[in-house]
Design a protein around this ligand. Sequence first.
Ligand code: RP5
Length: 164
Amino acid sequence: MSQPKIAIVMGSDSDWKTLSPAKDVLVEFGFEPVVEVLSAHRTPQRMISWAEHAAEAGIAVIIAGAGGAAHLPGMIASVTSLPVIGVPVSLANLDGMDSLLSIVQMPAGVPVATVAIDGAKNAALLALRILGAQDQTLRQKLDQYRVSLADSVAEKNQKLKSSL
Ligand code: RP5
C-alpha cells in the first residue's frame, strides 16, 4: 500500500514562512507533503475542487493555514470528510486573534482541529499522530520524539544549573 499523503495548504504564499515548519517536521518523519496555495475568497472554485478531490488523490490529512478572516480550513472541511487541521496565521493588525477565532469557532457538524496561532509544528505532529493511530512504525517514531523532548528538558536543566 502506498504511503498516505499529508497536504499543507494556505491562503497565500505569504503564509509559507509560518507553515514551513510543518513541512520540516513531516520531512523529518519521512513524509514529503503536498503543498498548495488555495484562497477561499480569491479562488473559491479551485479551493472547493481541490478539496473535493483530495481523498481520491491519496491525501489522508489536510493542514490548512490562513490569516485574517481565515475561512480556508472551515471551507475545506465542508466539502471533504478528511481530517482538517487549521493553523491560524498571525498578521500585522490583530496578532492572529482574528485568524484563531475564525478557525477555531466552527459550528457543530464540520470540525476543524485548531492548533495555536502560528502553530504549524504541532499541526504536523498532530497529522502524524492521526496517521500513527493505524501505523505502529510511525507511532514508535512519535514515541521516540517524545522521549527526545524529555531528554532536551534534562539538558536544559543541567545547562541552567551549571550556569548558576
Ligand atoms: C489570507 O490573507 C492569507 O491566508 C494570508 O494570511 C492573508 C494575506 O494574504 P496576501 O495579501 O499576503 O496574499 O487570505
